[in-house]
Design a protein around this ligand. Structure first.
Ligand code: G3I
Length: 349
């Protein structure tokens, strides 16, 4: 009886975006144009989100698979959905070493090859000027295991432009849309491990160098793909958030989900474990006033990238998102809702 009452109260509650907005935060999810065509998916986005981000549609490999022949059809569909439903759109992502067009590797090795990246940024950001309020400009430029100075990742962009490519990407994005908020996006920053600690240090130092050289970087995106079984370093994670905030930057969790691959218990136990692990992270993150947004990487377990990227060995689906495969709110939805309720209010930014 009590459980039924709790479930119906949960079903009737306002969407996560409304709850986030009451605290000065935004809430959103990664979407695809294809899924938005499904009425139930679109309705769920309208109910829960005030921000949408194309999961793949703005990646370079999607927008320019043939050099000089841009294709924005999926991104345009998502932008149209956002406009019709009074949602905002985040841009993901301009400079990422993965999901690039096949022709890019050779182009980057030409003399002044890095210019091709800057022209890409000019083109995409100016095309969506005024329609995308915030961009993940550079994504995943850190990899301490690559042993470069500053813990930078040894990508084709780095090889073509040295570290200076990162600041230049921000400068070009800013020139193309001076009103867009520009974000550096990174993963692997939460855990109690040497690897996470090196990643936190390298990320903070990169942001410091960008600020020191006057790059127009406004914030940090913390992807927040967390995996059950990895202990969160509460103290160092909170200190990292404070240090980033101390640089005058805002922070948002950009790709939040909980990978339950290694948990073999029955679904209700997995759901409870996912929810409590999520709450542990979110309570720390949302307590920091510089954190201004939260995005889930997908909205419903019906369409969950982890099912293909990291399939469970028992063949079951992942249960990592706030809505289940039938669009019902999950214990994870509750955890997000409770963390939002516990968060201090901040001025919307
Ligand atoms: O579009 C093709 C489709 O035509 C084909 O039938 C299908 C067969 O596998 O593949 C489809 O493309 C896949 C695409 O997802 C759409 O489903 C690509 O192979 C696959 O590589 C791509 O994976 C995406 C991945 O980034 C690489 O771009 C995931 O959906 C997406 O969730 C993931 O997102 C990244 C963020 O951008 C950055 N942070 C990490 C995060 C997770 O890896």
């Amino acid at each position: 009886m009590l459980l039924t009452a709790t479930r119906s109260a949960q079903a009737a509650a306002a969407g996560l975006a409304v709850q986030a907005e009451a605290k000065g935060l935004y809430y959103g999810a990664a979407v695809s144009a294809e899924h938005l065509q499904e009425q139930a998916f679109g309705d769920a986005v309208v109910r829960e989100c005030d921000v949408v981000v194309p999961e793949n549609a703005l990646k370079w490999g999607a927008t320019e698979s043939r050099r000089g022949v841009p294709n924005y059809s999926d991104a345009d569909q998502i932008a149209a959905f956002a406009a019709t439903n009074h949602k905002r759109m985040r841009g993901h992502t301009l400079a990422w070493y993965r999901t690039t067009p096949g022709w890019l590797a050779a182009a980057l090795t030409e003399p002044r090859g890095i210019e091709v990246l800057y022209s890409h940024i000019d083109a995409v950001v100016s095309r969506f000027r005024g329609r995308i309020f915030e961009w993940d400009v550079v994504n995943e430029a850190i990899e301490p295991k690559d042993n470069l100075d500053g813990g930078l990742r040894n990508t084709a962009y780095y090889k073509a432009g040295g570290e200076a490519y990162i600041a230049e990407c921000f400068a070009r994005a800013h020139a193309a849309d001076p009103d867009a908020r520009l974000v550096y996006n990174e993963y692997g920053l939460e855990y109690d491990s040497g690897n996470s600690e090196r990643r936190r240090k390298a990320t903070l130092q990169l942001l410091e160098r960008l600020k020191a050289r006057g790059a127009p970087v406004h914030g940090l995106g913390i992807q927040s793909h967390i995996k059950l079984g990895n202990p969160i370093d509460e103290r160092r994670y909170a200190a990292f958030l404070r240090d980033v905030a101390g640089l005058g930057l805002t922070i948002r969790l950009t790709e939040f989900d909980v990978d339950d691959s290694d948990l073999t218990t029955a679904a209700p136990y997995r759901d409870a474990a996912v929810a409590s692990y999520a709450r542990q992270l979110l309570d720390i993150a949302l307590d920091q006033p510089a954190v201004i947004g939260l995005m889930s990487w997908g909205l419903t377990d019906r369409y969950n990238w982890l099912d293909s990227a990291s399939p469970r060995t028992d063949g079951d689906h992942h249960r990592s998102l706030p809505l289940d495969a039938n669009y019902n709110r999950t214990p994870l939805w509750n955890a997000i809702s409770q963390s939002l309720a516990a968060a201090p209010a901040r001025s919307p930014r």
